[in-house]
Unconditional design. Structure first.
Length: 416
């Protein structure tokens, strides 16, 4: 729930909490309530208690049952449902808390700190939504390429079309590697297996992951519509809905700018950049890269060195306006380097275990060549072959995946 005065700046919240026996009553106007149909909510509010005037200094966290035992709204008045660009299946309301009964969670004035762990989860959830949109869009575009003929041949044989699909597939592989690395850390945290530096790393990676995947999803879903031409612009392909829906992830749980500033806040307050760089460098150092990946390993290492040098100069300048103005660019760079790391790790594992090694090696090579270093293709014919490998998701013997009426298990495949 966000307010007109708050939004990402939760400190501007005007919701107040009045003591009422062992509970509190909340009063406030919520401009956006994203989960109108949910059974509970966590709400931030400022306690107004004559016995404890200092409680109003900060926001406290409250647990709210949306409906009471009679299944009626808990003193919540819904003014209207929002007319949104997308996510129509999830109603968003503009509502008012009119003495809503609530339970204080934790200590007074500690609400922002308490809600931080939930924000990490919702940001990861947002990123997973971006990933699913990317994957679905690629699946539709890839299947269409095997069916649509233009100028005498299938789109799946056209070099430029394959290059477009390859770029989309590369984004997906990078983002899903990032995703599973972050949720592994989240799982360890929930099992109390993270030390203090790893906890900082998780808090640092969450905004990076969310901002990067959200932006990639908007671009990839747009590309997928183009891959189908005029058909892609039609609602019955489902691509317009996917594109509209995914746009919310660049805004919900923090816009790109807000997340980029969160990244810098972690750098200045918790030395998160040192923890990030140590984590990435240690993992790069223990990789035993085959000859096909040694150049990629060097490129990711070089990109890490360059961005750390850039960050050091920004910090040494002492100019907060420089840091703020470059925060997006800097965050994108960190995210791309981390994607390069996870792609490399997976490619090394795939090579060692003879599991889809060709396509994973190509993905790691391609990604590393674009980390701020001028790409250099020694063999254009090989580049076209790599495009085809990524675009058609070729298995290790060269067979394309993701097309046809049935999958490898004999089950009917959803198709365009």
């Amino acid at each position: 729930m966000t307010e007109k005065t708050g939004g990402s700046d939760v400190g501007g919240s005007e919701t107040v909490a009045i003591p009422h026996g062992d509970m509190y009553k909340l009063y406030g106007y919520k401009y956006f309530s994203s989960a109108t149909l949910s059974q509970m909510a966590m709400v931030l509010g400022r306690i107004k208690d004559p016995k404890h005037p200092n409680y109003s200094a900060g926001l406290s966290l409250f647990f709210v049952h949306v409906r009471n035992e009679d299944d009626k709204l808990n003193n919540i008045f819904i003014h209207r449902l929002k007319n949104k660009m997308g996510t129509k299946a999830v109603p968003t309301a503009e509502l008012e808390l009119q003495g809503t009964e609530a339970i204080l969670v934790g200590e007074p004035c500690r609400g922002v700190k308490l809600i931080t762990s939930m924000i990490n989860i919702t940001r990861i959830y947002s990123g997973s939504g971006s990933l699913s949109a990317i994957r679905r869009s690629i699946a539709i575009a890839r299947d269409y390429a095997h069916r649509r003929k233009a100028f005498g041949s299938l789109l799946s044989t056209k070099p430029l079309h394959l290059a477009t699909l390859a770029s989309m597939e590369l984004d997906f592989r990078a983002c899903i590697g990032f995703f599973f690395d972050v949720i592994k850390l989240l799982g360890h945290e929930e099992c109390h297996k993270l030390d203090s530096s790893q906890s900082i790393l998780l808090r640092f990676l969450c905004p990076l992951f969310k901002l990067f995947t959200a932006k990639r999803a908007v671009e990839v879903t747009s590309e997928a519509m183009e891959c189908l031409g005029g058909t892609g612009y039609m609602e019955d392909t489902d691509l317009p809905r996917i594109h509209r829906d995914v746009q919310v992830n660049t805004i919900w749980e923090g816009t790109t700018n807000v997340l980029a500033l969160d990244v810098w806040r972690a750098i200045t307050r918790e030395k998160a950049l040192d923890i990030f760089s140590n984590n990435v460098r240690n993992r790069l150092n223990i990789l035993i890269a085959p000859p096909s990946l040694k150049k990629s390993l060097n490129l990711v290492t070089l990109a890490l060195d360059n961005i750390l040098q850039y960050g050091k100069k920004l910090l040494e300048s002492g100019r907060t306006e420089f840091i703020e103005a470059t925060a997006r660019h800097f965050s994108y760079g960190l995210a791309r380097i981390y994607c390069g790391l996870v792609l490399l790790e997976h490619a090394v594992w795939a090579e060692a275990n003879h599991f889809d090694a060709p396509i994973n090696i190509v993905a790691a090579q391609r990604w590393s060549e674009n980390l701020g270093v001028q790409p250099h293709f020694d063999n254009l014919a090989n580049t076209l072959l790599e495009d085809r490998t990524l675009a058609l998701d070729l298995d290790q013997v060269g067979n394309p995946r993701g097309h046809g009426d049935v999958d490898q298990r004999g089950k009917v495949r959803s198709k365009m």
